[in-house]
Ligand binder design. Sequence first.
Ligand SMILES: Cc1cc2nc3c(=O)[nH]c(=O)nc-3n(C[C@H](O)[C@H](O)[C@H](O)COP(=O)(O)OP(=O)(O)OC[C@H]3O[C@@H](n4cnc5c(N)ncnc54)[C@H](O)[C@@H]3O)c2cc1C
Length: 365
Amino acid sequence: MKGVIIGGGIIGLSIARQLYKLGYDITIVEKNTLGRGASWAAGGMLAPLAEGLMGDFLKFCVESRDMYKSFVEEIEKETGDNVGFWECGIIYPAFNEEEKELLIKRVEYYKKLGYNASWLEKKDIEDMGYQIGKGIIGGAYFPEDKQVDNRRLVIALIKYLKKTKIEIRLFEKVKFINEKDGIFKSITTEKGEIEADFCILAAGAWSGELDPVNVFPKKGQMFSFKTKKKEELKNIFYSRRAYIIPRKDTNLVVVGATEENVFFKEGNTVGGMILLLKGLLDTFPYTKDYEITETWYGFRPATPDELPILGKSDVKNLYYATGHYRNGILLAPITAKLISDLIHREEESPYLKIFSFDRFKHKMV
Ligand SMILES: Cc1cc2nc3c(=O)[nH]c(=O)nc-3n(C[C@H](O)[C@H](O)[C@H](O)COP(=O)(O)OP(=O)(O)OC[C@H]3O[C@@H](n4cnc5c(N)ncnc54)[C@H](O)[C@@H]3O)c2cc1C
């Protein structure tokens, strides 16, 4: 059976890998080069608790977070690459009493659900070896939230795919998805038509250009800097002001991210950078002399309710794997599994019902 995947970000690449292993003939069509969309721009946090998620989405994200260790171990074995997976835990600092109260409530809520979370006083954070800003009065600690170096992971996935018989078509923009009598038939690209038995729309923030799927861009700006020593920071610091993510085995730290409704407006801005730099200095004032190494931005695939859109569409054999918004790196393993189970075994996980596109139709009635 032949499947075509539109979009070569972490979602398209992870699904391609899974379906190839199950024996499918896969073609990926990418308008640029692989893995340079949101999947390149991201922070790589695997952070359902620091993100403050709740309900079914929390459960879904925790499941994917817990799949990560074996997901990266397999990919590292297949490629010989190290993808910077780090079970570093996340500290969420509070800068005032209001934030402290909210975070303590959150810690209690997660503890009741059986997740690992605790409250750290300022001194506890200092005792961990951190010189933190004067304004910090304590922080929530989520030891099981972690990270992967998303760029290294994407590079490894590409390396794996290039060793297989998966067809990779680069710099080929998909213009239309074609159906007949409600059944998927083919896609039309700038270079011609590609027929297939099924199609997966994994075009990230651009998915709405091809299908009325309710996905739109939310821009995020980021930058990175170098610390004096390797692993000078050993935890992620995540707050409303900025998240600060030290990379494993290096002196690189990435800092993000703004949340902007500016459609696909390119570029880093003075305002965006000031916000992030201030967030960094409020947390670690001593970094003011450290060297900035890169600035960048990307477009998160957002949806009206901030949840992903996964599974069947109204067109038979056209599937959605999009709208992952702030958590697409985290959700790559579970998305790849559920979409391939749906195609291969016609097994529809209850999660696919929860995150189905149908939820928007009900709201419109
Ligand atoms: C600043 C920032 C920080 C983030 N931090 C985190 C984080 O810490 N943790 C986390 O889990 N998530 C994070 N995210 C979210 C995460 O990056 C995304 O949810 C995820 O990368 C989405 O993956 P994707 O494959 O769907 O999209 P993308 O990586 O954007 O890939 C989509 C691909 O489709 C291609 N494409 C689009 N249209 C077409 C077309 N017509 N024809 C052919 N190809 C097409 C694009 O060129 C692109 O390569 C962050 C995002 C941003 C922007």
